[in-house]
Design a protein. Sequence first.
Lengths: 506, 506
Amino acid sequence: MFEAVELGRELDKADFKAAEPALRTRLLQAQWALQREGVPLVIILAGAEAAGRAKVADRLDKWLDTRGMTTAAFWDETDEERQRPAHWRFWRRLPGRGEIALFFDGWYRRPLQGGTLGELEGADLERALHRNADLERTLAAEGTLVVKFWLHLTAEQQSRRLAKRRKKEQKASQAARRARRHAATALEAEPEAHYAALRETAEQTIRATDTGESPWYLIEAGDGRHRDLTLGQTLAAAMESTIEARAEQGAAGPAPVPHPAPEPAGKAPSLLDSVDLGERLAEADYREQLKARQRELHELAWAAWDAGRSLVAVFEGWDAAGKGSAIRRVIAAMDARLHRVISVAAPTDEEAAHHHLWRFWRQIPRDGYATLYDRSWYGRVLVERVEGFAAEADWRRAYAEINRFEEQLVEHGTVVAKFWLHISDEEQLRRFREREETPWKQHKITDEDWRNRERRDDYRRAVEEMVARTSTREAPWTLIPAEDKKVARIRVLDTLIQALKQALAD
Amino acid sequence: MFEAVELGRELDKADFKAAEPALRTRLLQAQWALQREGVPLVIILAGAEAAGRAKVADRLDKWLDTRGMTTAAFWDETDEERQRPAHWRFWRRLPGRGEIALFFDGWYRRPLQGGTLGELEGADLERALHRNADLERTLAAEGTLVVKFWLHLTAEQQSRRLAKRRKKEQKASQAARRARRHAATALEAEPEAHYAALRETAEQTIRATDTGESPWYLIEAGDGRHRDLTLGQTLAAAMESTIEARAEQGAAGPAPVPHPAPEPAGKAPSLLDSVDLGERLAEADYREQLKARQRELHELAWAAWDAGRSLVAVFEGWDAAGKGSAIRRVIAAMDARLHRVISVAAPTDEEAAHHHLWRFWRQIPRDGYATLYDRSWYGRVLVERVEGFAAEADWRRAYAEINRFEEQLVEHGTVVAKFWLHISDEEQLRRFREREETPWKQHKITDEDWRNRERRDDYRRAVEEMVARTSTREAPWTLIPAEDKKVARIRVLDTLIQALKQALAD
């Protein structure tokens, strides 16, 4: 889930200074519009320790009009609070119409901290998360805008920050040190284990509460300027889209749907840019590796059948990235009785008459069998989103719907693997031309493919948001460098082999 | 929760025959309109064993146009189904646009059966229910109408039906007997324990999944004709309101909001009619009982303080039913440091600027203390509903919001007691006149009170739906006969004493 925000993006001071004035104006105008509309706004700032929540809060204090704005940290619990249900402390501090409340962690403090420290587990953690989702649904239904940020650090970034902080603290007052220690004891004792536990808890938390009405925004927090500017722009976009939605639907309309995270500030690389497309594989090596992998997969497929474990493999990727040929290498390895390939095209009449997930539910494999999807249920957040076939509220809601769907597959014991086959713009163009020039490949290239190319940037954004919102530990996306088809095929086989091996070892 | 459908309502053959033709026309017209609109309809028939699900299905088969309508019982699970996630069997049978699917228990089969037999408990049961609520939300978001019925029998009614059935089965084929036995083994072995377990599971199930978008309708099933006609009318109303909503908001609007259950067929008594208002208490007896009860409550309030258990007592009732004087008798018994009375009037500016539950959250007591509410958060589903101060979608959603709120109180350890003080129309008129004629009582009677009287029937309906949807085991409503104020006060004190005693014994 966090791959999309582990890109090492930075922003230099000059770029930050250049962008800041416009953003401040935007934020203030959005804030005043929300005031006029009487929309309460809750901003939740969560994230890894040392990711900079306090700094972000300072920045927002500077950028926004602080009248009607309150900040609450919730780090110490009063007697008063302990003696009432856990949500009381949040309810009493909720903003009124036109007000803003900035909450450090907010109602996620207990699930995040408890989950990380192992004090809140399994069903209890799930219940707490359900309760949070309920609360947000309740607030959204009466028009409150809830914007949730997760400030993300890698383990290395965090440990560097903590070391720096320790140095600084030598000079801090004793009281400040004591307050800090209160929060960070477990972290100091076993930083790596703590980081891993938090990361896992955060993933579960975000997945369970990332809804169409109040989505989570993952913010890369390794660089302070990049962090603050991206967060500010995301916040402005969310406020603006709420104002737009109310202008269209009136105040009594359904809950506002915040916009996706805007592009990260600066000329930083995006998630797909981070895929290394340089790797090549010699024909002889490829032949040898392919043979070995296919043999292994053949055995694993039978072992999975024997163990009653099913496999769902999703293939998405750019046009001409080689989905079909990668799938052929996979099924060549498996006994024909064990697999099925579903090519997903426009829905049939019958399919269109049902919920968009219906046709995919119908096709999931029985225990022991594999289904490979050449395109999939992700069409809703890719082509349907980009081409406007689905309304924004519909595709926004789909992330959660898809996560729930895959969760049920995984819970049942199905192994879920998802591939995005990535190629460069130039390579795609080369392949398109080749298709046009090769008689037996001409059927593979249509006007639509050329049109899609023009929207490559929109698709890229959709792909990146899809990966950020639906890559989970149990049903991860694997980004496949497909510039060399041979590399792509071997990577796909490797990933499937690993996934099956692990499942069968469990 | 089930009090509202344990009234022994019946319908004679002639009344049924008289009402049937109009209902059939209504149902067909609604069905055709849904077809034209392309709305899929899922009808879930759940209920106690022998409550008549099959008979209702037969009746609906007769009443509705069976083209595009399918029925599924889900009582035996196939290999195919076992080898996929539990919801697969439901997804594959979901209706398409304009189609109707009638499901026996549907996705509630496993939670209901598992919960009753103790095979699915605690967190696992909760998770299954959450998953169902998720599924229904997902379907509603794409325009599917889900109508859920719980056919209710009392234990006595069920045991009579089962005895009758056993007789009949002597004559049934062996296969039919075997099929029946499959379902009913646990029930036959220990009918009373089974009934109690089912009732408890059903309450939890309904409470967890009774949402604004797809509410449960409780149907009294003791009399077949009454059951079928009420269910048919409720179904027709739900279909009609969906069509209306789509006419207003367009097909792309939010999920349809079904109407409340219409009045039960025939001249049967309603829930409030079932309160026995005849009881009277002589002055001397009253004095004596009052003194004893107050002494007991005094001690219990201190014991609760000592144990850190808080109390929330809600007083609702007809105008002039004696809420204030009942509250005075309660607080007279408690040390002044331990209690607080909140008189709920129109919200202040600050309160109106927040979510409707905000002001009630603020006022909940700390551990060991009591708060008595003279009117309460139920205003939304009473006066705001009847007077149209809240939109239908808002007050419909409020039942679930309130249940979640009280759930959190109970979970925290707060004792929750809710009173509806009931008086007859005539007695209310007498008291109003008396107030007008008594100088020191004149301030207690306003034009509004007279206006409310005229809407007594609307209020009655709202009260009855409120009790049906929000009376839970942990936070039950107590209907207080208040025709004699002395009786009412003693009953209130008794109820509080019992509730505190039980809580302190736990």
